[in-house]
Design a protein around this ligand. Structure first.
Ligand code: A2P
Length: 338
């Protein structure tokens, strides 16, 4: 007997959990984006982290990422690869228009005066976009709140200036806790041309590479703070560290959350956790793919980093399965183990 079932019949046969899974599979794709409040600038949900890939070392991985379909590169002054990102954008422009690649950079130190701080940030844009008029980055972040209230205000002032000049399409912060965001919201000493910040990228990971232009004592001091801050920080944004308070705050205020180091910086012990392996086996995926998918289903922009070609491809191959509610709850529970 031949069985004729319409799509509607099939849908009715699904349980509500299956329907939710099917919906998630269909709603997320490699080209999925999120658009920060009050803007028309979409951010690709999957980005490629360029930390620990200084200088030329970033080129092959970033090329592989673009070939695998990533359209979002996450750089910073501290990563020392802005110039190479710029050359890559030129190199690929014949096949991928600049407008289709989302590029982020970050600055964590002041320059000694509001104007010098602005000039340091402008230099980043020139490294990435060249010196001709009209060059831009897509997102510019304050790398860390560590420099203190005055530094935070001065850096934000520089970013607001770049934003109003069209040199960056979005501005945001990184590593900010609720107290830093509240300081901005209250606004004392802030021009507050932009509130809320478009993005909060949580957490940055330690890298030993220094920013390109460290000239004065103040920059050196800021840098020492920045590196100390990064060293102190063990927490990232992944199941073992969900940063619930600041994530909730960002959601309430319409701030896009970006998850840095979603693969627990490759920590073997975590990637081989029995629960993660079990969920990965159930979906015929790897633990790394489960962690990336977990972040995406949480609604975060996820920024895995790899220098390994197969892993770069693997980490983008997360749109043909969906974690169900039980998987998500089980992964949420991992934080309690810390
Ligand atoms: P490698 O660059 O040698 O491929 P995070 O994004 O959390 O900071 O993690 C980056 C670390 O995770 C790097 O050490 C990277 O190694 C490793 N990594 C990246 N992708 C995978 C993967 N699919 N499986 C296991 N480890 C990975």
């Amino acid at each position: 007997m031949r069985l004729h079932l319409s799509l509607n019949h099939l849908i009715q046969l699904l349980t509500s959990a299956d329907r939710e899974t099917a919906r998630k599979m269909h709603t997320l794709s490699l080209s999925s984006t999120t658009t920060p409040k009050d803007t028309d600038v979409p951010i690709p949900l999957l980005g490629f982290g360029l930390w620990q890939l200084p200088g030329q070392a970033c080129l092959a991985p970033a090329r592989a990422a673009l070939a695998a379909g990533y359209r979002h590169l996450d750089s910073a002054q501290l990563y020392r690869n802005e110039t190479e990102v710029g050359s890559l954008l030129v190199e690929t422009s014949a096949s991928i228009p600049r407008s289709e690649i989302f590029v982020t950079t970050k600055q964590g130190v002041c320059g000694g005066s509001p104007d010098k701080t602005y000039q340091l940030a402008l230099a980043s844009i020139q490294r990435i976009a060249g010196e001709a008029d009209g060059g831009y980055v897509d997102l510019f972040l304050i790398h860390t709140p560590r420099g203190g209230a005055d530094a935070r205000k001065e850096l934000w002032g520089a970013l607001e200036r770049l934003y109003s000049e069209g040199k960056t399409r979005l501005i945001g912060v990184s590593n900010y806790g609720v107290e830093h965001l509240e300081e901005m919201r209250r606004g004392t000493g802030y021009a507050k041309k932009v509130w809320p910040p478009h993005v909060n990228q949580i957490e940055v990971s330690l890298t030993s590479h220094l920013p390109v232009s460290i000239q004065g004592e103040r920059e050196k001091r800021d840098l020492i703070w920045l590196v100390a801050d990064l060293r102190e920080k063990k927490k990232k944004l992944h199941p073992w560290s969900q940063q619930r308070e600041v994530v909730k705050y960002c959601k309430e205020h319409g701030i896009v959350v970006q998850a840095y180091s979603p693969l627990v910086s490759g920590e073997k012990e975590k990637l081989e956790h029995p629960l993660l392996r079990e969920i990965a086996a159930k979906h015929a995926k790897t633990p790394a793919q489960v962690l990336i998918r977990y972040g995406l289903q949480k609604g975060w922009v996820v920024l895995p980093k790899s220098k390994t070609p197969e892993r770069i491809v693997q980490n983008a191959n997360v749109f043909d399965f969906a974690l169900d509610e039980g998987d998500m709850v089980a992964l949420d529970g991992l934080e309690e183990e810390v």
